[in-house]
Design a protein around this ligand. Structure first.
Ligand SMILES: Nc1ncnc2c1ncn2[C@@H]1O[C@H](COP(=O)(O)OP(=O)(O)OP(=O)(O)O)[C@@H](O)[C@H]1O
Length: 602
């Protein structure tokens, strides 16, 4: 047989499921350990996307159970809008099936592969079908499905479908069984923690083989899903233009205005004039030559950038700071949200934050948190535009040591939000080196680097002043005792003097004739807020009376008072010294030191 005929007998189409079964590393399922993280990531991404689309605050529950030495069951459940029963088999049992691929807007999922690839990976390792429970509303029944993928056809196979008595009124639950281990538990917990940082509106609770991890939401503000926009004339490619024109019913003038974002009457006129095409012609009838001329003309006319405020959803500076403060204890944290920019017609926004000090590792390399469309990127750090940009900054000019990446107790967060994040591969691990994106990352971090430098300088100056003050204070008691001896008087109370020198807050308690007096003096230069916690042991009203000039935050017996004390002045309260209890005084700002000259019991 001639070789061509022999080859012809072997040539046949390959289903996408077969392709990815063989090339699972392309989707982030290279090893069982990584496969488990990728599965959870895909399921949580979908849950967060779906909750945003339904405008509900996400409540996500993750469970990982070790069934045997080698098998693990993963379940992810959400309170999203649910999936209509007819579509459930396709969502989970067919690769390249999804709602986001054709939309130009920021979303975590893009390709319609993620969760079905996890189903494929599970059936490949254990052969156990995926179990899905979903419900779309209180007036609709929930359905339970057991599903597999017919790999050679890339079609779902329904093993079981039945109504299910579910206490949730809406939401989706997916359960998958894998062969694998929990070796990457630490990385998994990090993934959940980082997801919580950039999704401050989400509550994520996880039971990792009996170990409970809870990530509370810090914001009750529902994130509204960004809106889809039309393609921008600057990013469009010839094939797409041809496809759009072929299905258009409009004339070319209307086609340009309705089909593309930011093209108005005037810019459409200009484009047609440059291309030498009459606006009244039907777009559908344009030849390939005409379309090529039109495409070139579209690039020449000034068109404003795509409407980023509609299609992108940045986290915002305030929310990034809150998210970081909740999950990391830091001495300094600042965030920047840059203005929207465009690369190849796709709008994008870079957000960045720097955290410093606290419990961060003092010695090692900076902790790098990379995010794309609010999803943490955990792998391929070295191949990412974010890492490139960070390594390209001269951190020494901000008094930070550097060995390619900065060194020291420093955390760098970078979030790239775009309608089309340019990932280096389908596994969505790293952002490609797009110069426009790298430039924005650099500018955001340089700006924050300057703020960090100011903070470190100020902290060092304060430390020097405090060391000096402490040295002076250490000799004051001796001086006071000596002077008292000389003038033959009792040694004076030196705590106010100490307070003045140290520029601190001093709290004191004194007892006179059965009365208890508490005073807090602010020797700093700024107004300060302090919390006074008064705990009564026997719940007698007299034990903890409420001074009427301050607001009681807690109950009357176990009261918490929040008070503001102006600079160089004092807050005082006197109580009848009956009953037993404790008084504890702390600065509202946890870093503010309150010197408590108080034995605490009255
Ligand atoms: N928990 C869920 N609730 C509601 N809809 C869901 C849920 N999970 C998936 N879907 C729907 O199923 C589709 C396919 O999901 P899948 O994870 O395969 O792809 P994707 O998220 O669109 O893209 P990617 O491959 O980039 O993850 C989604 O586009 C969405 O419409």
């Amino acid at each position: 047989m001639a070789i061509a005929e022999k080859l012809a007998s072997q040539q046949k189409s390959i289903s996408v499921a077969e392709f990815f079964e063989k090339n699972k590393h392309l989707l982030g399922f290279d090893s069982p350990t990584r496969g488990i993280i990728t599965t959870i990531k895909e399921a949580i991404d979908n849950s967060l996307d779906a909750c945003e689309e339904a405008e509900v605050l996400p409540d996500i529950w993750v469970s990982i159970t070790k069934l045997t030495k080698e098998t693990i069951r993963i379940a992810v459940e959400d309170n999203g809008p649910g999936i209509v029963p007819d579509n459930v088999p396709y969502v989970f049992g067919k690769l390249l099936y999804g709602s986001r691929f054709h939309q130009i807007r920021q979303s975590r999922g893009q390709q319609g592969i993620g969760i079905s690839a996890a189903v494929l990976f599970a059936q490949l390792t254990t052969g156990v079908p995926a179990r899905v429970i979903s419900r779309t509303g209180a007036d609709k029944p929930a359905y339970l499905f057991d599903l597999m993928i017919r790999t050679e056809k890339n079609e779902p196979e329904i093993i079981r479908k039945e109504e299910y008595n579910w206490d949730r009124t809406h939401g989706t639950r997916i359960e998958l069984e894998f062969t694998g281990s929990l070796a990457a538990k630490r990385r998994l917990i990090d993934y959940l923690k980082y997801t919580a940082v950039v999704n401050p509106h989400a509550r994520i609770q996880a039971d990792i083989d009996g170990e409970w991890h809870s990530f509370e939401r810090v914001s009750d503000e529902i994130i509204v899903s960004p809106q889809a926009i039309a393609p921008h004339p600057y990013g469009i490619e010839f094939g797409t233009l041809k496809r759009m024109a072929a299905i258009s019913k409009d004339n070319v003038h209307e086609f340009l205005i309705t089909g593309f974002s930011r093209v108005g009457l005037k810019s459409a006129d200009q484009m047609l004039k440059i291309a030498g095409i009459k606006g009244t012609r039907k777009a559908k009838g344009l030849s390939s030559e005409h379309l090529k001329t039109l495409l070139a003309a579209m690039q020449e006319v000034d068109v404003p950038p795509p409407p980023a405020s509609l299609c992108l959803s940045p986290i915002t500076e305030e929310m990034i700071v809150q998210g970081l403060e909740k999950e990391f204890e830091l001495d300094f944290v600042k965030a920047r949200t840059r203005k929207a920019q465009v690369f190849s017609g796709h709008p994008f926004i870079v957000e960045a934050a720097i955290g410093y000090g606290g419990k961060l590792d003092q010695e090692g390399q900076a902790l790098l948190l990379r995010f794309a469309n609010r999803v943490p990127l955990l792998y391929q750090q070295g191949a990412c535009a974010v890492t490139n940009a960070i390594a390209g900054i001269n951190w020494r000019s901000y008094n930070i040591s550097q060995q390619s990446l900065p060194i020291g107790p420093i955390l760098l967060l970078v979030h790239v939000a775009s309608t089309n994040v340019p990932f280096t591969s389908e596994s969505k691990d790293a952002i490609a080196a797009i110069p426009e994106i790298e430039k924005e990352i650099t500018l955001a971090l340089q700006d924050l680097g300057r703020e960090l430098k100011n903070f470190i300088n100020k902290r060092d100056r304060n430390k020097l002043a405090e060391d000096r003050a402490r040295a002076v204070c250490s000799i004051i008691p001796d001086i006071a005792t000596k002077v008292a001896e000389i003038v033959e008087l009792p040694p004076p109370d030196i705590s106010p003097i100490e307070g003045q020198i140290m520029r601190r807050v001093v709290a004191k308690k004194k007892t006179e004739d059965g009365m208890v007096g508490v005073s807090v003096t602010n020797y700093t230069r700024k107004p300060i807020e302090v919390m006074v916690y008064s705990l009564s042991e026997d719940n007698q009203e007299e034990a903890v009376p409420k001074p009427d000039f301050i607001d009681v935050i807690g109950s009357e017996f176990n009261a918490v008072w929040r008070i503001t004390i102006e600079p160089e002045s004092a807050w005082k309260a006197t109580y009848p010294g009956k009953g037993r209890g404790t008084i504890d005084i702390r600065g509202v700002d946890e870093k503010m030191k309150v010197v408590v000259d108080l034995d605490g019991i009255y």
